[in-house]
Design a protein around this ligand. Structure first.
Ligand SMILES: NC(=O)c1ccc[n+]([C@@H]2O[C@H](COP(=O)([O-])OP(=O)(O)OC[C@H]3O[C@@H](n4cnc5c(N)ncnc54)[C@H](OP(=O)(O)O)[C@@H]3O)[C@@H](O)[C@H]2O)c1
Length: 280
């Protein structure tokens, strides 16, 4: 989604600094209007270098798009503490660090911050505790930041995609399978089917989701709209869940989601925890 967003913004005439972690990816994305910048958002020296690069540039910083994300699919009981921290480092603290570093430039330019959240930022499925936890927090931080900087002329916008055909599902499934090998036999007994069902759900949910280009167009709308909304969903699945969810009780939602999950693994039917089909 990040690459598609960078290309679409460049096509519309923006000069895009595109964060990548490897030289190889820099070479792939470099194009007219797309300047790669080596950036691991969890590494403070790289975040500082980005801020310095922007401070040296006479052009105004129109927008920061916080897009990086990692997904894990593991029960709360079994996800090792280091993995909890890794997910929060990327999906929350990294974005906060970049936002803090670039806010002076954004305030000067009366620019905007676009935070890429998820349906998981509003509804937490079983095995998505870490991912959804970090996305819920990103939603909350976005609300606070919006209320802090709106009077100073900076807009803060959240984009909430449903399923999008990117690498996130394959990567998330690989991580889930790796984590599953570290479960005890008892944990396997308790959660093995649940993890398998959710892997299947994620694979089909993203495969039937938006293309990265279509999701990127929603992000670009958040970047360019004269009066942006505070939140945009991306995809029909996201729009539907965000509209219906508030009318359903927790228990009703549990039942709906468990029924949906049963289609992916009959033995997981006993799982009474919430599951959405189409989003990591
Ligand atoms: N795809 C979906 O169905 C979906 C649904 C809802 C929300 N989202 C959200 O959309 C955003 C984009 O995800 P995607 O679907 O495009 O996933 P993706 O294809 O897996 O891309 C994720 C990107 O994040 C980058 N990243 C990971 N850790 C990073 C770090 N420490 N520093 C800098 N970059 C880092 C990755 O870089 P490397 O290539 O170097 O690893 C990769 O470019 C994420 O925030 C995700 O949570 C996606």
């Amino acid at each position: 989604m990040g690459a598609a967003t960078a290309r679409e913004l460049a096509r519309r005439g923006f000069h895009v600094l595109a964060g990548v972690r490897r030289d190889h990816d820099a070479d792939t994305i470099r194009a007219a209007g797309v300047e790669p910048v080596i950036l691991d958002i969890t590494r403070s020296e790289q975040v500082e270098a980005l801020a310095a690069r922007i401070a040296d540039d006479p052009r105004a910083l129109h927008a920061l798009v916080n897009n990086a994300g990692v997904q894990v699919n593991a029960p709360v009981e079994t996800l090792p503490p280091a993995e909890w921290r890794r997910v929060f480092e990327v999906n929350l603290f990294g974005h906060i660090a970049v936002t803090q570093a670039l806010l002076p430039a954004l305030l000067r330019a009366r620019g905007r911050v676009i935070n890429i959240s998820s349906i998981g930022g509003k509804y937490a499925m079983a095995t998505y505790g870490a991912y959804a936890g970090a996305k819920f927090a990103l939603e909350a931080v976005s609300d606070s930041l919006r209320r802090e900087v709106a009077p100073l002329g900076v807009q803060v916008v959240v984009v909430e995609p449903g399923g999008v055909r990117t690498e996130i599902a394959a990567r998330g499934i690989a991580t889930a399978n790796d984590l599953a090998t570290r479960m005890t036999p008892e944990q396997h007994e308790r959660y093995g089917d649940l993890v398998r069902a959710n892997n299947s759900l994620m694979a089909t949910g993203t495969a039937s989701g938006l293309t990265a280009d279509a999701a990127a167009r929603v992000v670009v709308k958040a970047v360019t709209a004269r009066r942006p909304r505070t939140r945009y969903t991306a995809g029909r699945d996201a729009a539907l869940i965000m509209r219906l969810g508030p009318f359903l009780s927790d228990r009703t939602l549990d039942r709906v989601l468990a029924a949906n999950l049963r289609r992916h693994h009959p033995k997981a039917a006993g799982a009474s925890s919430p599951h959405f089909a189409d989003t990591p």
